[in-house]
Design a protein around this ligand. Structure first.
Ligand code: NAI
Ligand SMILES: C[N+](C)(C)CC(=O)CC(=O)[O-]
Length: 342
């Protein structure tokens, strides 16, 4: 079935967020801050309470980023049913648990309940849409919109369709996220883990090996990134960073010089066994690294850290201009939802 959009990406007014945990709640905070009306639905009994607490905790950071005109946590409605949550939505973001059968059934239900021509995005961190859209009556409007935690601060969203997604729905979603202040990578094919998680998983696999073998502590591993390559990666990706490692000879010299010695680490390791000893070592190591900081303390610390990095790398207005959007900066474009004609 070809995809015919119900509205333009610029004219979206109401977003439905289905599943309101860590990521769904983060999306709710993001869309509220960008000036949308948001309707959320989550089957957990305590979901509304938790969601409103998440939005309140995120709001000071969002104020620092600069809110869209009229943005307010009061524009959040928590619906009693999935059908009511999506009834008037111009866009749907699904953030339910990462379980394939659950996603299949939920996306089919959403595709049956949402108005025709409304794009439905899944936050999945790894399932290809082709595997999730198998039972939906109209799979043409189902896409992956993979965010990063927290979605209200980390700009990137990876967008990709499945075999039965219409390319027009992928293009519509990419434009919508762009209008909504995200940095978008649109992929023309499905890869497990998309791009960023494929990279993160390689790093994570090695971290788990080192903990399992007692070769490094959780704290050493975290410090090796925050005091090392992580500082460069905030503004220059791993490829250009390594091109500089080749000096004036650039990537050509880097590969000719280091390539042969790098072949062994590229091919040496397989996934570690996530047994209970490794699980406990990771959990205990993280508890020790956190010390007496609570979850709320760590969230506040992370949010301020990301804002400081965004500001220091020129991706936010200066502190003395916070709240004044800079049209040159992605995510700071002064867009008022629903301001464009449908
Ligand atoms: N946590 C992370 O760092 C990231 C997670 N993701 C993806 O986001 C999605 C959600 O993950 P989290 O927010 O971390 O999980 P979470 O466990 O924090 O939240 C999941 C929420 O879904 C609700 N839920 C349970 N069954 C449901 C159903 N049938 N329909 C709707 N909601 C239902 C739960 O009550 C819970 O509030 C997953 O697909 C995950 O892969 C993507 C990027 C980052
Ligand atoms: C842990 N995770 C694989 C769910 C993380 C992501 O998908 C993206 C992120 O926030 O790093």
């Amino acid at each position: 079935m070809p995809f015919t959009p119900s509205t333009t990406p610029e004219a979206v007014r109401r977003v439905a967020c289905i599943g309101a945990g860590v990521i769904g709640g983060g999306w709710v905070a993001h869309f509220l801050a960008r000036g949308y009306d948001v309707t959320a639905w989550d089957p957990a009994a305590d979901a509304e309470d938790k969601l409103r607490r998440l939005v309140s905790a995120a709001w000071p950071a969002l104020e620092q980023l600069g809110l869209a005109d009229g943005a307010s946590p009061d524009r959040l409605t928590v619906a009693p049913t999935l059908a009511e949550a999506v009834a008037d939505a111009d866009f749907v973001q699904e953030s339910a648990p990462e379980k394939l059968e659950l996603k299949r059934a939920l996306l089919a239900e959403l595709a049956a309940a949402a108005r025709p021509g409304v794009v439905i995005a899944s936050s999945t961190s790894g399932y290809p849409m082709t595997d999730m859209q198998t039972t939906a009556a109209d799979p043409s409007r189902l896409i992956v919109g993979h965010p990063f935690n927290p979605p209200y601060l980390i700009p990137l969203v990876e967008v990709v369709g499945g075999t039965h997604t219409d390319a027009a729905a992928v293009a519509w979603a990419s434009r919508f996220y762009d209008v909504a202040g995200k940095s978008v990578i649109t992929m023309d094919r499905e890869l497990p883990g998309f791009i960023a998680n494929r990279l993160q998983e390689a790093l994570w696999r090695e971290a788990l090996h080192m903990v399992a073998n007692g070769e490094a502590t959780v704290e050493d591993i975290d410090a090796s990134i925050t005091e090392g390559p992580g500082l460069r990666w905030a503004f220059m990706g791993p490829c250009l960073t390594f091109a500089l490692a080749g000096g004036e000879g650039g990537m050509a010299h880097m590969l000719d010089h280091f390539g042969p010695s790098l072949k062994s680490p590229w091919t040496r390791l397989e996934a570690p066994e996530l047994d209970s000893a490794l699980r406990d070592a990771m959990v205990d190591g993280c508890a020790s690294a956190a010390g007496d900081r609570t979850y709320a303390d760590l969230v506040a610390e992370r949010d301020q850290g990301v804002i400081d990095v965004l500001r220091a790398t020129g991706r936010l207005p200066r502190a003395d201009r916070a709240g004044a959007p800079d049209p040159a900066v992605p995510g700071q474009r002064p867009h008022t939802p629903g301001s464009a004609a449908r």
